[in-house]
Design a protein around this ligand. Sequence first.
Ligand code: 6GU
Length: 230
Amino acid sequence: MRIDIVSIFPSYFDGLTLSLLGKAQSSGILDLHVHDLRDWTFDRHRTVDDTPYGGGAGMVMKPEPWGLALDELSTSTPESRPTIIFPSPAGEVFSQATARDLATREHLLFGCGRYEGIDERVFDYAASLGEVRLISLGDYVLNGGEVAVMAMVEAIGRLIPGVVGNPESLVEESHEDGLLEYPSYTKPAVWREREVPPVLRSGDHGRVAAWRHEQQLERTRRRRPDLLAD
Ligand code: 6GU
């Protein structure tokens, strides 16, 4: 998979060279490119924003640098059109299902907005180059799309075959089966007067599986009843 990220703060993404996604890049499974939007500006101050038509607080990202960035990066995979993702608190809410869908794509292009947002015409133009998705992390406001894209790239990247060493570890996690995951314990069996549930030390795999499933249901009922309603 190829991933392009466009941002005015490219160093936010330095962390993506670490750990599993770093390894996926060295092994060639993931082809990640981070770009500075200002590389598509030509004035002395490398301007990416301007005042809003109609007035109001804050600045709006100018369309011209975005147009040039999208033109250049959308043709980096000549055999397929990119899926173009704009992180936005006004978008559809990101979920494990979204991550699974996006993990099947050949080319993802993320455009990180700042200030009050990007000139609306950019989204319409982007739709002429690929499928456009506006995606939110949840119902709260961040200063820009960078942190949201970090989260999305990590959630998507770990679903690409070969990125997570043991694929079995993917299926038993929270949200994969619509439930929260069961609690985990390791040695010692007693720690600060707290005991590991004896069933986990019984060696009875059937009883362990039944207990874990009951724990999943119980936790989900208590912490996330909305998931059971679905
Ligand atoms: Cl994707 N962007 C911004 N700026 N704020 C958010 C968000 C995204 N998701 C939740 N809050």
